[in-house]
Design a protein around this ligand. Structure first.
Ligand code: ATP
Ligand code: MG
Length: 553
Protein backbone atom coordinates (compact mmCIF):
# COMPACT_ATOMS: atom_id res chain seq x y z
CA UNK A 1 0.00 0.00 0.00
CA UNK A 2 1.25 3.46 -0.79
CA UNK A 3 2.51 5.49 2.10
CA UNK A 4 0.14 8.26 3.22
CA UNK A 5 1.96 11.48 2.55
CA UNK A 6 0.98 14.75 4.13
CA UNK A 7 -0.21 17.42 1.72
CA UNK A 8 2.15 20.13 0.57
CA UNK A 9 1.01 23.71 0.98
CA UNK A 10 -0.25 23.98 -2.59
CA UNK A 11 -2.30 20.83 -2.25
CA UNK A 12 -3.82 22.31 0.90
CA UNK A 13 -4.75 25.51 -0.96
CA UNK A 14 -6.26 23.58 -3.85
CA UNK A 15 -8.24 21.24 -1.61
CA UNK A 16 -9.63 24.25 0.21
CA UNK A 17 -10.51 26.02 -3.06
CA UNK A 18 -12.29 22.93 -4.35
CA UNK A 19 -14.05 22.37 -1.04
CA UNK A 20 -15.28 25.96 -0.91
CA UNK A 21 -16.48 25.69 -4.49
CA UNK A 22 -14.14 28.39 -5.70
CA UNK A 23 -13.25 26.11 -8.61
CA UNK A 24 -14.76 22.87 -9.85
CA UNK A 25 -11.53 21.70 -11.41
CA UNK A 26 -8.10 23.18 -11.68
CA UNK A 27 -5.99 24.46 -14.53
CA UNK A 28 -2.23 24.91 -14.25
CA UNK A 29 0.39 25.81 -16.80
CA UNK A 30 4.08 25.22 -17.34
CA UNK A 31 5.48 28.42 -18.92
CA UNK A 32 9.07 28.00 -20.12
CA UNK A 33 10.85 30.76 -21.95
CA UNK A 34 12.31 29.02 -25.04
CA UNK A 35 15.81 30.39 -24.49
CA UNK A 36 17.57 27.20 -23.39
CA UNK A 37 17.11 23.55 -22.55
CA UNK A 38 15.13 22.45 -19.51
CA UNK A 39 17.01 21.63 -16.32
CA UNK A 40 16.17 19.88 -13.07
CA UNK A 41 14.58 23.06 -11.69
CA UNK A 42 12.11 22.92 -14.56
CA UNK A 43 11.57 19.24 -13.84
CA UNK A 44 10.44 20.25 -10.35
CA UNK A 45 8.01 22.76 -11.81
CA UNK A 46 6.74 20.27 -14.42
CA UNK A 47 6.16 17.51 -11.86
CA UNK A 48 4.40 19.99 -9.61
CA UNK A 49 2.11 21.57 -12.21
CA UNK A 50 1.23 18.40 -14.08
CA UNK A 51 1.09 16.41 -10.85
CA UNK A 52 -1.45 18.78 -9.26
CA UNK A 53 -3.80 18.89 -12.24
CA UNK A 54 -3.63 15.12 -12.51
CA UNK A 55 -4.32 14.62 -8.83
CA UNK A 56 -7.25 17.03 -8.65
CA UNK A 57 -8.84 16.47 -12.03
CA UNK A 58 -7.96 19.23 -14.43
CA UNK A 59 -5.31 19.92 -16.96
CA UNK A 60 -2.03 21.68 -17.60
CA UNK A 61 -1.16 23.86 -20.56
CA UNK A 62 2.30 24.11 -22.02
CA UNK A 63 2.75 27.80 -22.67
CA UNK A 64 5.90 29.13 -24.26
CA UNK A 65 6.67 32.45 -22.67
CA UNK A 66 7.97 34.00 -25.88
CA UNK A 67 7.28 37.69 -25.36
CA UNK A 68 10.93 38.64 -25.70
CA UNK A 69 11.68 38.66 -29.45
CA UNK A 70 15.46 38.42 -29.50
CA UNK A 71 16.33 35.33 -27.50
CA UNK A 72 13.85 32.65 -28.48
CA UNK A 73 14.71 29.85 -30.83
CA UNK A 74 12.74 27.06 -32.40
CA UNK A 75 15.37 24.48 -31.43
CA UNK A 76 14.58 25.20 -27.80
CA UNK A 77 10.83 24.84 -28.36
CA UNK A 78 11.34 21.36 -29.80
CA UNK A 79 13.71 20.26 -27.05
CA UNK A 80 11.31 21.49 -24.36
CA UNK A 81 8.37 19.54 -25.82
CA UNK A 82 10.52 16.46 -26.12
CA UNK A 83 11.71 16.70 -22.52
CA UNK A 84 8.24 17.22 -21.02
CA UNK A 85 6.93 14.19 -22.93
CA UNK A 86 9.92 12.11 -21.96
CA UNK A 87 9.28 12.94 -18.32
CA UNK A 88 5.90 11.31 -18.82
CA UNK A 89 3.51 14.27 -19.02
CA UNK A 90 1.04 15.35 -21.67
CA UNK A 91 -0.22 18.91 -21.90
CA UNK A 92 -3.75 19.85 -22.84
CA UNK A 93 -2.88 22.78 -25.13
CA UNK A 94 0.36 23.91 -26.68
CA UNK A 95 0.25 27.68 -26.45
CA UNK A 96 2.47 30.68 -27.05
CA UNK A 97 2.27 33.95 -25.15
CA UNK A 98 2.95 35.61 -28.52
CA UNK A 99 -0.44 34.31 -29.71
CA UNK A 100 -1.94 36.75 -27.20
CA UNK A 101 -0.18 39.85 -28.56
CA UNK A 102 -3.45 41.12 -30.04
CA UNK A 103 -5.39 40.43 -26.81
CA UNK A 104 -2.71 42.09 -24.74
CA UNK A 105 -2.70 45.09 -27.01
CA UNK A 106 -6.47 45.43 -26.58
CA UNK A 107 -6.08 45.07 -22.81
CA UNK A 108 -3.56 47.92 -22.91
CA UNK A 109 -6.01 50.13 -24.80
CA UNK A 110 -8.67 49.30 -22.24
CA UNK A 111 -6.37 50.42 -19.42
CA UNK A 112 -5.52 53.65 -21.26
CA UNK A 113 -9.24 54.34 -21.72
CA UNK A 114 -9.82 53.74 -18.02
CA UNK A 115 -7.04 56.19 -17.19
CA UNK A 116 -4.75 53.46 -15.85
CA UNK A 117 -1.97 53.69 -18.41
CA UNK A 118 0.03 56.43 -20.14
CA UNK A 119 2.76 56.87 -22.71
CA UNK A 120 6.01 58.16 -21.27
CA UNK A 121 8.61 59.87 -23.50
CA UNK A 122 11.29 59.83 -20.80
CA UNK A 123 14.49 57.95 -21.48
CA UNK A 124 15.34 54.90 -19.43
CA UNK A 125 17.77 56.77 -17.14
CA UNK A 126 15.12 59.31 -16.22
CA UNK A 127 12.57 56.61 -15.58
CA UNK A 128 15.04 54.75 -13.35
CA UNK A 129 15.96 57.93 -11.46
CA UNK A 130 12.34 58.89 -10.89
CA UNK A 131 11.59 55.45 -9.52
CA UNK A 132 13.01 56.42 -6.14
CA UNK A 133 14.51 53.87 -3.77
CA UNK A 134 13.04 51.37 -1.34
CA UNK A 135 13.23 54.04 1.36
CA UNK A 136 12.32 57.08 -0.74
CA UNK A 137 9.24 57.64 -2.86
CA UNK A 138 9.63 58.17 -6.58
CA UNK A 139 8.60 61.22 -8.59
CA UNK A 140 5.83 61.48 -11.15
CA UNK A 141 6.93 61.64 -14.75
CA UNK A 142 6.13 64.94 -16.46
CA UNK A 143 4.21 62.89 -19.06
CA UNK A 144 2.00 61.20 -16.47
CA UNK A 145 -1.02 63.44 -16.88
CA UNK A 146 -1.48 63.28 -20.62
CA UNK A 147 -5.04 63.07 -21.81
CA UNK A 148 -6.55 59.71 -22.66
CA UNK A 149 -6.88 60.82 -26.31
CA UNK A 150 -3.21 61.75 -26.53
CA UNK A 151 -2.17 58.47 -24.90
CA UNK A 152 -4.30 56.48 -27.32
CA UNK A 153 -2.79 58.28 -30.27
CA UNK A 154 0.81 57.94 -29.08
CA UNK A 155 0.37 54.26 -28.29
CA UNK A 156 -1.09 53.75 -31.76
CA UNK A 157 1.96 55.47 -33.23
CA UNK A 158 4.31 53.33 -31.12
CA UNK A 159 2.62 50.27 -32.56
CA UNK A 160 2.80 51.66 -36.08
CA UNK A 161 6.57 51.96 -35.83
CA UNK A 162 6.78 55.73 -35.78
CA UNK A 163 9.36 55.77 -32.95
CA UNK A 164 12.69 54.12 -32.36
CA UNK A 165 13.63 51.62 -29.68
CA UNK A 166 13.61 53.31 -26.26
CA UNK A 167 11.93 56.52 -27.40
CA UNK A 168 8.65 55.83 -25.66
CA UNK A 169 7.12 53.29 -23.31
CA UNK A 170 3.63 52.57 -22.08
CA UNK A 171 3.37 52.58 -18.30
CA UNK A 172 0.70 51.62 -15.82
CA UNK A 173 -0.52 54.55 -13.74
CA UNK A 174 -0.48 53.30 -10.18
CA UNK A 175 1.46 55.12 -7.47
CA UNK A 176 5.00 56.50 -7.59
CA UNK A 177 5.17 56.42 -3.79
CA UNK A 178 4.02 52.80 -3.41
CA UNK A 179 6.08 50.79 -0.92
CA UNK A 180 6.36 48.03 -3.49
CA UNK A 181 8.79 49.43 -6.08
CA UNK A 182 7.22 47.26 -8.77
CA UNK A 183 3.97 49.20 -8.33
CA UNK A 184 5.62 52.53 -9.16
CA UNK A 185 4.16 52.93 -12.62
CA UNK A 186 5.72 49.80 -14.12
CA UNK A 187 6.49 49.67 -17.82
CA UNK A 188 3.91 47.63 -19.76
CA UNK A 189 5.20 47.97 -23.32
CA UNK A 190 8.52 48.84 -24.89
CA UNK A 191 9.53 49.40 -28.50
CA UNK A 192 11.82 46.77 -29.93
CA UNK A 193 12.26 46.59 -33.67
CA UNK A 194 13.23 42.97 -33.70
CA UNK A 195 12.12 39.89 -35.57
CA UNK A 196 10.05 37.43 -33.55
CA UNK A 197 10.29 33.67 -34.12
CA UNK A 198 6.53 33.34 -34.53
CA UNK A 199 5.03 36.76 -35.24
CA UNK A 200 7.82 37.85 -37.57
CA UNK A 201 7.78 41.63 -38.06
CA UNK A 202 4.11 42.12 -37.23
CA UNK A 203 4.92 43.88 -33.98
CA UNK A 204 7.49 46.41 -32.89
CA UNK A 205 6.03 46.88 -29.42
CA UNK A 206 6.41 44.02 -26.98
CA UNK A 207 4.72 43.53 -23.59
CA UNK A 208 6.85 43.21 -20.47
CA UNK A 209 6.70 40.03 -18.39
CA UNK A 210 4.35 41.58 -15.81
CA UNK A 211 1.90 42.69 -18.44
CA UNK A 212 1.90 39.37 -20.23
CA UNK A 213 2.07 36.60 -17.71
CA UNK A 214 -0.99 37.19 -15.56
CA UNK A 215 -3.13 38.17 -18.54
CA UNK A 216 -2.07 35.02 -20.39
CA UNK A 217 -2.99 32.98 -17.31
CA UNK A 218 -6.34 34.71 -17.21
CA UNK A 219 -7.07 34.16 -20.92
CA UNK A 220 -6.45 30.44 -20.36
CA UNK A 221 -8.49 30.40 -17.14
CA UNK A 222 -5.51 29.13 -15.20
CA UNK A 223 -6.72 28.72 -11.63
CA UNK A 224 -3.37 28.25 -9.89
CA UNK A 225 -0.40 29.99 -11.47
CA UNK A 226 2.65 28.56 -9.75
CA UNK A 227 6.02 30.26 -9.94
CA UNK A 228 9.18 30.63 -7.90
CA UNK A 229 9.79 32.89 -4.91
CA UNK A 230 11.47 35.75 -6.75
CA UNK A 231 8.02 36.60 -8.10
CA UNK A 232 6.49 37.27 -4.68
CA UNK A 233 6.79 41.06 -5.09
CA UNK A 234 5.19 40.77 -8.55
CA UNK A 235 2.00 39.25 -7.15
CA UNK A 236 0.55 42.62 -6.22
CA UNK A 237 0.97 43.84 -9.77
CA UNK A 238 -0.35 40.55 -11.16
CA UNK A 239 -3.53 41.09 -9.12
CA UNK A 240 -3.76 44.79 -9.98
CA UNK A 241 -3.84 44.22 -13.76
CA UNK A 242 -6.42 41.45 -13.45
CA UNK A 243 -8.61 43.52 -11.17
CA UNK A 244 -8.49 46.67 -13.31
CA UNK A 245 -9.13 44.70 -16.48
CA UNK A 246 -11.90 42.76 -14.74
CA UNK A 247 -10.89 39.46 -16.31
CA UNK A 248 -10.79 35.84 -15.08
CA UNK A 249 -9.17 35.91 -11.62
CA UNK A 250 -6.12 33.69 -11.93
CA UNK A 251 -3.98 33.61 -8.79
CA UNK A 252 -0.26 33.36 -8.35
CA UNK A 253 1.40 31.06 -5.79
CA UNK A 254 5.11 30.82 -5.13
CA UNK A 255 7.45 28.05 -4.05
CA UNK A 256 11.22 27.87 -3.59
CA UNK A 257 13.41 27.21 -6.61
CA UNK A 258 14.92 23.77 -6.80
CA UNK A 259 18.67 23.97 -6.34
CA UNK A 260 20.92 20.91 -6.34
CA UNK A 261 24.39 20.77 -4.81
CA UNK A 262 27.53 20.74 -6.98
CA UNK A 263 25.79 22.22 -10.00
CA UNK A 264 24.22 25.41 -11.31
CA UNK A 265 20.61 25.74 -12.32
CA UNK A 266 20.15 28.74 -14.52
CA UNK A 267 19.82 28.65 -18.27
CA UNK A 268 22.03 31.69 -18.57
CA UNK A 269 24.87 29.93 -16.74
CA UNK A 270 24.31 26.62 -18.48
CA UNK A 271 24.44 28.46 -21.81
CA UNK A 272 27.88 29.81 -20.88
CA UNK A 273 29.12 26.29 -20.19
CA UNK A 274 27.89 25.28 -23.64
CA UNK A 275 29.11 28.25 -25.68
CA UNK A 276 32.47 28.41 -23.92
CA UNK A 277 32.87 24.67 -24.48
CA UNK A 278 33.30 23.58 -20.90
CA UNK A 279 30.89 20.80 -21.80
CA UNK A 280 29.88 18.98 -24.96
CA UNK A 281 26.52 20.69 -25.56
CA UNK A 282 23.30 21.07 -23.59
CA UNK A 283 22.97 17.31 -23.33
CA UNK A 284 26.47 16.66 -22.02
CA UNK A 285 25.96 13.89 -19.44
CA UNK A 286 27.40 16.14 -16.71
CA UNK A 287 24.80 18.86 -17.25
CA UNK A 288 21.83 19.15 -14.85
CA UNK A 289 19.59 19.40 -17.91
CA UNK A 290 16.89 16.83 -18.53
CA UNK A 291 18.54 15.97 -21.85
CA UNK A 292 21.94 15.60 -20.15
CA UNK A 293 20.58 13.32 -17.46
CA UNK A 294 18.75 11.29 -20.08
CA UNK A 295 21.93 10.86 -22.11
CA UNK A 296 23.72 9.83 -18.95
CA UNK A 297 21.17 7.08 -18.36
CA UNK A 298 18.79 8.60 -15.83
CA UNK A 299 15.26 7.30 -16.19
CA UNK A 300 12.17 9.51 -16.21
CA UNK A 301 10.89 7.41 -13.34
CA UNK A 302 13.91 8.28 -11.19
CA UNK A 303 13.61 12.00 -11.90
CA UNK A 304 9.92 12.00 -11.00
CA UNK A 305 10.76 10.07 -7.85
CA UNK A 306 13.42 12.64 -6.98
CA UNK A 307 11.00 15.54 -7.45
CA UNK A 308 8.51 13.76 -5.26
CA UNK A 309 10.96 13.01 -2.46
CA UNK A 310 12.57 16.45 -2.55
CA UNK A 311 9.09 17.96 -2.25
CA UNK A 312 8.37 21.64 -2.48
CA UNK A 313 9.39 24.29 0.00
CA UNK A 314 8.52 27.89 0.79
CA UNK A 315 12.12 28.80 1.51
CA UNK A 316 15.32 28.73 -0.50
CA UNK A 317 17.30 25.55 0.03
CA UNK A 318 19.75 23.25 -1.70
CA UNK A 319 18.88 19.61 -2.29
CA UNK A 320 21.70 17.11 -2.07
CA UNK A 321 22.92 15.65 -5.35
CA UNK A 322 23.19 12.34 -3.47
CA UNK A 323 19.37 12.20 -3.25
CA UNK A 324 19.15 12.28 -7.04
CA UNK A 325 21.75 9.52 -7.24
CA UNK A 326 19.91 7.51 -4.63
CA UNK A 327 16.72 7.72 -6.71
CA UNK A 328 18.37 6.58 -9.91
CA UNK A 329 20.15 3.69 -8.16
CA UNK A 330 16.82 2.53 -6.73
CA UNK A 331 15.25 2.42 -10.16
CA UNK A 332 18.23 0.99 -12.02
CA UNK A 333 18.69 -1.74 -9.46
CA UNK A 334 15.21 -2.93 -10.42
CA UNK A 335 15.50 -2.68 -14.17
CA UNK A 336 19.16 -2.84 -15.25
CA UNK A 337 20.46 -5.90 -17.06
CA UNK A 338 23.58 -7.29 -15.40
CA UNK A 339 26.58 -7.64 -17.67
CA UNK A 340 30.27 -8.43 -17.19
CA UNK A 341 32.87 -5.95 -18.36
CA UNK A 342 36.55 -5.91 -17.47
CA UNK A 343 38.10 -2.43 -17.37
CA UNK A 344 41.73 -3.23 -16.60
CA UNK A 345 42.43 -6.76 -17.78
CA UNK A 346 44.67 -9.41 -16.27
CA UNK A 347 44.83 -12.57 -18.33
CA UNK A 348 44.29 -15.93 -16.69
CA UNK A 349 44.81 -19.29 -18.32
CA UNK A 350 42.94 -22.34 -17.03
CA UNK A 351 45.65 -24.95 -17.57
CA UNK A 352 43.39 -27.97 -16.98
CA UNK A 353 40.47 -26.69 -19.05
CA UNK A 354 39.98 -28.30 -22.44
CA UNK A 355 36.28 -27.89 -23.22
CA UNK A 356 35.21 -26.41 -26.54
CA UNK A 357 32.45 -23.85 -27.04
CA UNK A 358 31.10 -24.02 -23.53
CA UNK A 359 28.60 -21.38 -22.53
CA UNK A 360 27.43 -20.66 -19.03
CA UNK A 361 24.05 -19.29 -18.13
CA UNK A 362 24.00 -16.11 -16.06
CA UNK A 363 20.92 -14.31 -14.72
CA UNK A 364 20.12 -10.93 -16.22
CA UNK A 365 18.77 -9.43 -13.03
CA UNK A 366 18.55 -11.10 -9.63
CA UNK A 367 15.98 -8.44 -8.55
CA UNK A 368 13.56 -9.62 -11.18
CA UNK A 369 11.42 -12.48 -9.87
CA UNK A 370 10.70 -13.91 -13.35
CA UNK A 371 14.29 -13.30 -14.25
CA UNK A 372 15.75 -14.22 -17.58
CA UNK A 373 19.16 -15.69 -18.20
CA UNK A 374 21.70 -15.11 -20.94
CA UNK A 375 24.45 -17.33 -22.26
CA UNK A 376 28.02 -16.19 -21.79
CA UNK A 377 30.82 -17.99 -23.63
CA UNK A 378 33.46 -19.46 -21.35
CA UNK A 379 37.01 -20.44 -22.37
CA UNK A 380 40.50 -21.45 -21.47
CA UNK A 381 41.74 -17.86 -21.53
CA UNK A 382 39.90 -15.23 -19.54
CA UNK A 383 40.30 -11.67 -18.37
CA UNK A 384 39.68 -10.61 -14.81
CA UNK A 385 40.33 -7.16 -13.30
CA UNK A 386 43.92 -6.39 -12.29
CA UNK A 387 42.62 -5.13 -8.97
CA UNK A 388 41.01 -8.50 -8.26
CA UNK A 389 44.42 -10.12 -7.84
CA UNK A 390 47.12 -9.43 -5.22
CA UNK A 391 50.39 -11.24 -4.95
CA UNK A 392 50.79 -10.42 -1.26
CA UNK A 393 47.26 -9.83 -0.04
CA UNK A 394 46.32 -8.37 3.31
CA UNK A 395 44.04 -10.37 5.62
CA UNK A 396 40.43 -10.55 4.51
CA UNK A 397 41.28 -10.09 0.84
CA UNK A 398 38.63 -12.37 -0.60
CA UNK A 399 39.68 -12.07 -4.19
CA UNK A 400 42.43 -13.96 -5.98
CA UNK A 401 45.99 -14.50 -4.68
CA UNK A 402 48.61 -17.23 -5.15
CA UNK A 403 47.12 -20.49 -3.87
CA UNK A 404 43.74 -18.82 -3.31
CA UNK A 405 40.34 -19.69 -4.75
CA UNK A 406 37.46 -17.61 -6.06
CA UNK A 407 34.32 -18.22 -8.06
CA UNK A 408 34.01 -16.82 -11.54
CA UNK A 409 30.49 -15.38 -11.71
CA UNK A 410 28.04 -17.89 -13.16
CA UNK A 411 30.84 -20.37 -13.93
CA UNK A 412 33.45 -22.29 -11.94
CA UNK A 413 35.64 -22.03 -8.89
CA UNK A 414 39.26 -21.52 -9.87
CA UNK A 415 42.55 -21.70 -8.00
CA UNK A 416 45.62 -19.59 -8.72
CA UNK A 417 48.60 -21.87 -9.19
CA UNK A 418 51.29 -19.70 -10.76
CA UNK A 419 52.07 -16.03 -11.35
CA UNK A 420 53.85 -15.18 -14.59
CA UNK A 421 55.86 -11.96 -14.85
CA UNK A 422 57.75 -10.18 -17.61
CA UNK A 423 61.41 -9.07 -17.43
CA UNK A 424 60.47 -5.96 -15.48
CA UNK A 425 58.64 -7.97 -12.84
CA UNK A 426 55.20 -6.92 -14.00
CA UNK A 427 52.53 -9.59 -13.63
CA UNK A 428 51.28 -10.52 -17.09
CA UNK A 429 49.40 -13.76 -16.59
CA UNK A 430 48.05 -16.11 -13.96
CA UNK A 431 47.98 -19.81 -14.51
CA UNK A 432 44.99 -21.29 -12.74
CA UNK A 433 43.11 -24.54 -12.52
CA UNK A 434 39.37 -24.86 -12.50
CA UNK A 435 37.27 -27.23 -10.40
CA UNK A 436 35.08 -28.98 -12.93
CA UNK A 437 32.46 -30.12 -10.32
CA UNK A 438 31.89 -26.54 -9.15
CA UNK A 439 29.82 -25.22 -12.03
CA UNK A 440 27.26 -22.66 -10.86
CA UNK A 441 23.80 -24.16 -10.57
CA UNK A 442 25.26 -27.65 -10.38
CA UNK A 443 27.99 -27.36 -7.78
CA UNK A 444 28.88 -30.69 -6.19
CA UNK A 445 32.40 -29.68 -5.19
CA UNK A 446 31.65 -28.79 -1.57
CA UNK A 447 34.21 -26.02 -1.76
CA UNK A 448 33.25 -22.72 -0.17
CA UNK A 449 34.80 -19.51 -1.45
CA UNK A 450 34.18 -15.97 -0.34
CA UNK A 451 34.90 -14.01 -3.49
CA UNK A 452 33.07 -13.91 -6.80
CA UNK A 453 34.75 -12.16 -9.73
CA UNK A 454 33.41 -10.92 -13.02
CA UNK A 455 35.29 -12.05 -16.11
CA UNK A 456 35.17 -12.24 -19.89
CA UNK A 457 36.49 -14.81 -22.33
CA UNK A 458 39.52 -13.43 -24.20
CA UNK A 459 38.45 -15.08 -27.41
CA UNK A 460 34.87 -13.75 -27.28
CA UNK A 461 35.22 -10.36 -25.63
CA UNK A 462 34.18 -7.24 -27.51
CA UNK A 463 35.72 -3.87 -26.81
CA UNK A 464 34.09 -0.57 -25.97
CA UNK A 465 34.86 2.87 -24.59
CA UNK A 466 33.47 3.89 -21.22
CA UNK A 467 33.03 7.40 -19.88
CA UNK A 468 33.01 7.94 -16.15
CA UNK A 469 31.59 11.18 -14.77
CA UNK A 470 32.10 13.08 -11.59
CA UNK A 471 30.38 16.20 -10.26
CA UNK A 472 30.70 19.18 -12.59
CA UNK A 473 31.72 21.57 -9.79
CA UNK A 474 34.12 21.24 -6.89
CA UNK A 475 32.02 23.22 -4.44
CA UNK A 476 28.49 22.70 -3.18
CA UNK A 477 27.05 25.99 -4.35
CA UNK A 478 29.19 27.46 -7.16
CA UNK A 479 26.78 30.36 -7.68
CA UNK A 480 27.37 31.54 -4.13
CA UNK A 481 31.17 31.55 -4.20
CA UNK A 482 33.37 34.55 -4.77
CA UNK A 483 34.26 35.35 -8.37
CA UNK A 484 32.95 33.57 -11.42
CA UNK A 485 31.06 30.30 -10.98
CA UNK A 486 33.19 28.79 -13.73
CA UNK A 487 36.29 29.11 -11.54
CA UNK A 488 34.88 26.19 -9.57
CA UNK A 489 34.52 23.70 -12.39
CA UNK A 490 35.87 20.26 -11.57
CA UNK A 491 38.45 19.69 -14.30
CA UNK A 492 38.37 15.94 -13.60
CA UNK A 493 34.67 15.52 -14.15
CA UNK A 494 35.17 13.26 -17.17
CA UNK A 495 37.39 10.19 -17.30
CA UNK A 496 37.53 8.23 -20.53
CA UNK A 497 38.65 4.62 -20.61
CA UNK A 498 39.20 3.95 -24.27
CA UNK A 499 39.19 0.18 -24.22
CA UNK A 500 37.34 -2.13 -21.92
CA UNK A 501 36.50 -5.81 -22.54
CA UNK A 502 32.87 -6.77 -22.49
CA UNK A 503 30.92 -9.98 -22.75
CA UNK A 504 29.64 -10.39 -26.32
CA UNK A 505 25.93 -9.96 -25.48
CA UNK A 506 26.60 -6.22 -25.18
CA UNK A 507 27.04 -6.12 -28.95
CA UNK A 508 23.25 -5.78 -29.05
CA UNK A 509 23.12 -3.01 -26.46
CA UNK A 510 20.36 -0.50 -27.10
CA UNK A 511 20.17 3.13 -26.11
CA UNK A 512 16.86 2.50 -24.36
CA UNK A 513 18.26 -0.24 -22.17
CA UNK A 514 20.01 0.17 -18.83
CA UNK A 515 22.89 -2.01 -17.69
CA UNK A 516 24.71 -2.79 -14.53
CA UNK A 517 28.31 -3.68 -15.24
CA UNK A 518 28.96 -5.97 -12.30
CA UNK A 519 30.82 -4.17 -9.53
CA UNK A 520 31.42 -1.16 -11.83
CA UNK A 521 28.19 0.77 -11.77
CA UNK A 522 25.19 1.48 -13.98
CA UNK A 523 25.77 2.24 -17.64
CA UNK A 524 23.90 3.19 -20.77
CA UNK A 525 24.86 3.48 -24.41
CA UNK A 526 25.86 6.98 -25.50
CA UNK A 527 24.08 8.61 -28.45
CA UNK A 528 27.41 8.83 -30.34
CA UNK A 529 28.02 5.12 -30.05
CA UNK A 530 28.49 3.26 -33.36
CA UNK A 531 28.85 -0.38 -34.37
CA UNK A 532 32.59 0.12 -34.81
CA UNK A 533 33.01 1.99 -31.58
CA UNK A 534 30.61 1.39 -28.76
CA UNK A 535 30.52 4.04 -26.04
CA UNK A 536 28.95 3.59 -22.62
CA UNK A 537 28.23 6.35 -20.11
CA UNK A 538 28.32 5.58 -16.45
CA UNK A 539 25.08 6.86 -14.98
CA UNK A 540 26.09 6.35 -11.38
CA UNK A 541 28.33 4.14 -9.29
CA UNK A 542 26.89 1.21 -7.38
CA UNK A 543 27.52 2.79 -4.02
CA UNK A 544 27.72 6.33 -2.88
CA UNK A 545 31.50 6.73 -2.96
CA UNK A 546 31.22 10.41 -2.18
CA UNK A 547 29.33 9.87 1.09
CA UNK A 548 32.06 7.41 2.11
CA UNK A 549 34.77 10.00 1.38
CA UNK A 550 32.99 12.53 3.53
CA UNK A 551 32.76 10.09 6.44
CA UNK A 552 36.44 9.26 6.16
CA UNK A 553 37.06 13.01 6.41
P1 ATP B 1 16.40 30.24 -15.63
O1 ATP B 1 16.87 31.21 -14.61
O2 ATP B 1 17.10 28.94 -15.59
O3 ATP B 1 16.30 30.83 -17.01
P2 ATP B 1 13.62 30.69 -15.49
O4 ATP B 1 12.76 30.69 -14.28
O5 ATP B 1 13.89 32.00 -16.14
O6 ATP B 1 14.93 29.89 -15.16
P3 ATP B 1 11.66 29.77 -17.32
O7 ATP B 1 11.84 29.06 -18.61
O8 ATP B 1 11.17 31.14 -17.35
O9 ATP B 1 13.05 29.71 -16.56
O10 ATP B 1 10.81 28.89 -16.32
C1 ATP B 1 9.72 28.08 -16.65
C2 ATP B 1 9.08 27.63 -15.37
O11 ATP B 1 9.99 26.82 -14.64
C3 ATP B 1 8.75 28.81 -14.48
O12 ATP B 1 7.47 28.61 -13.93
C4 ATP B 1 9.82 28.78 -13.42
O13 ATP B 1 9.35 29.29 -12.22
C5 ATP B 1 10.15 27.30 -13.33
N1 ATP B 1 11.52 27.12 -12.88
C6 ATP B 1 12.65 27.53 -13.49
N2 ATP B 1 13.73 27.23 -12.77
C7 ATP B 1 13.28 26.59 -11.65
C8 ATP B 1 13.91 26.03 -10.50
N3 ATP B 1 15.23 26.07 -10.33
N4 ATP B 1 13.12 25.45 -9.58
C9 ATP B 1 11.80 25.40 -9.73
N5 ATP B 1 11.14 25.92 -10.78
C10 ATP B 1 11.86 26.51 -11.73
MG1 MG C 1 13.45 33.30 -17.42
Amino acid sequence: MAEEKSLNFLEEIIERDLHEGKHVSIVTRFPPEPNGYLHMGHAASICLNFGLSKKYGGYTNLRFDDTNPTTEETEYVESIKNDVRWLGFEWKNELYASDYFENLYLFAIKLIRLGYAYVDDSDSETIAREKGTPTQPGANSKFRDRSIEENLQLFEEMKAGKYNDGERVLRAKIDMAHINMLMRDPVMYRIKKAHHHRTGDNWCIYPMYDFAHGQSDSIEHVTHSICTLEFVPHRELYDWFIEKLDIFPSHQYEFARRNISYTVMSKRKLLQLVTEKYVDGWDDPRMPTISGLRRRGYTAESIRDFCDRAGIAKRENVTELSLLEFCVREDLNKIALRRMVVFDPLKIVLTNYNEQNEVVSVEDNPEDANGSFREVPFGKELYIEQEDFMENPPKKFFRLFPGGMVRLKGAYIIKCDEVIKDDTGKIIQLNCSYISESKSGNDISNIKVKGTLHWVSVQHAITAEVRLYDRLFKVEDPSNEEGDFKDYINENSLQIIEKVYAEPSLKNASINERYQFLRKGYFTLDKNSTEEKMIFNRTVTLKDTWAKEVKKG
